[in-house]
Design a protein around this ligand. Structure first.
Ligand SMILES: Cc1ncc(COP(=O)(O)O)c(C=O)c1O
Length: 441
């Protein structure tokens, strides 16, 4: 495997330019270059095909970031491109409803256990906010019990009021969101304690059905379902990452626990901008009389992508493939780590695994992680820090084998650096330009 000094000159030039016109240099916090190995990792990508991407300097990589999750089939996936192009010829958005709204909703209802009705939006945060609006209207209660990230909107960021990054969110909203611990059956931060403490005030439990790092404890999700029923609270699964990835029917199908409502986005369209709120008719129907409306919700390009992506996922058993390839990758990487003798482990769910370096202190573990990103990028593989490692239907056996070899070499380099006390000095990263975001993170 060739370890080359990657030339990212154009990326760095563009980065200087973007900082002058886009605050923070990206529309998405997780894509900011300081989240990777700044100066030793590409900053701007130009194109993608299948599981591979090319940066603006012309370097090619196998990608495991996959646009932070939405690319489940692959970049420029022919079936999706054709569906979108065919619809583009007819127009993208219209003055009246379109047939594709029905077809896309029916495709979701067909796969997802809780889905009896569906509404479409543009972002995951918007679908999750709609879930809360509906739950509040349905129950007449106002507070949210929340686990996990559900987007940048006020109702979600209110959880972090007090942190500088939550400035701008009205402080009154803090009282309306109460976070709870996942997999916790008994502490004062468990969902049961939160429901008891805020008796008759909680409208909904909005939760990611998984923690990325470990599976739910035996009976945990079923217990949450029972508590929601007992306290007359709407149970909402945020399936924005798990939907159409863990299984066609999402985590709810995979674990056999059906929520009242569920939000989807990243898995449903292979990257076209669309999200969905799906759920039980009895609850969803209340939206008929609520102000929940979005001009672009009926954008037919994304809807065409939804129907095409779901059909492809079904016909090709895509989730099963993601599990299979993900398992191969996790097992291969864990074996390499053991063989080479580096303290890193890949854990979690094979289609979206996580990894962590554990060394004697946090700063060394962090340097090992950045050095790993640097050394993998040099050899043509892109990861995020600690994951998720997103597998797509386009990750071939050859990609997986090559990745395991690349990581094996990178880990040998890391072990050598560690043994010689050179982990920090072998980082080829640059100091990112100063900004408030960086000061606060
Ligand atoms: C689980 C989960 N929910 C909600 C969101 C927010 O989605 P969006 O960025 O499309 O608003 C994200 C985004 O990363 C997510 O991972």
């Amino acid at each position: 495997m060739e370890r080359k000094k990657i030339d990212i000159k154009k990326s760095l030039e563009l980065y200087k330019r973007i900082l002058k016109v886009i605050p923070g240099g990206s529309q998405t916090m997780s894509k900011r270059p300081e989240n990777f190995a700044f100066g030793a990792f590409p900053i701007f990508l130009e194109k993608g095909k299948g599981s591979h991407v090319w940066d603006v300097d012309g370097n090619e990589y196998i990608d495991y970031i996959m646009s932070l999750g939405p690319i489940t089939l692959g970049y420029c996936y022919p079936v999706i491109n054709e569906a979108v192009k065919a619809q583009l010829e007819k127009g993208s958005i219209f003055s009246l409803p379109h047939r594709l709204e029905i077809e896309a909703a029916e495709a979701i209802i067909d796969c997802v256990p809780c889905a009896e009705m569906v509404r479409f939006f543009k972002t995951g945060a918007e679908a999750a906010a709609a879930a809360v609006r509906v739950a509040r209207a349905f129950t007449g209660k106002e507070k949210i019990a929340s686990y996990g990230y559900h987007g940048w909107l006020d109702i979600w960021t209110a959880e972090h009021i007090g942190h500088p990054r939550a400035r701008g969110v009205p402080s009154v909203l803090k009282d309306y969101i109460i976070s709870f611990n996942y997999n916790d059956f008994e502490s004062e931060n468990s969902i049961e304690s939160v429901l008891k403490k805020h008796k008759d005030e909680i409208a909904c439990i909005v939760m990611s059905p998984i923690s990325y790092w470990s599976p739910p404890k035996d009976g945990y999700l079923k217990w949450v379902r029972e508590l929601a029923d007992e306290h007359e609270v709407v149970l909402v699964f945020d399936e924005i990452v798990t939907g159409f990835r863990l299984s066609l029917g999402g985590a709810q199908e995979y674990f056999g626990v059906t929520p009242d409502l569920a939000c989807f986005a990243k898995g449903i369209s292979n990257g076209l901008p669309i999200s969905a709120l799906a759920g039980k008719k009895e609850i969803m129907q209340i939206m008929e009389d609520l102000t929940v409306s979005s001009t672009y919700g009926g954008d037919t390009l994304s809807l065409a992508a939804v129907t095409a992506a779901i059909k492809e996922c079904k016909e090709k058993s895509v989730p099963e493939y993601l599990w299979r390839q993900g398992r191969k990758l996790m097992e291969g990487l864990n074996k390499k780590a053991r063989d080479v003798g580096v303290n890193v482990e890949w854990v979690g769910f094979a289609p979206i695994s996580m990894y962590r370096f554990s060394y004697e202190n946090a700063s060394l573990s962090s340097d090992m992680t950045v050095l790993f990103l640097q050394e993998c990028a040099k050899r043509g593989v892109l990861f995020r820090k600690e994951g998720p490692v997103y597998i797509s239907f386009s990750h071939t056996n050859e990609d997986i084998e090559r990745t395991i070899d690349v990581c094996g070499e990178a880990l040998e380099f890391l072990r050598d650096a560690y043994e010689k006390g050179e982990v920090h000095s072998r980082l080829e990263t640059l100091k990112p330009p100063n900004s408030p975001y960086r000061r606060f993170s």
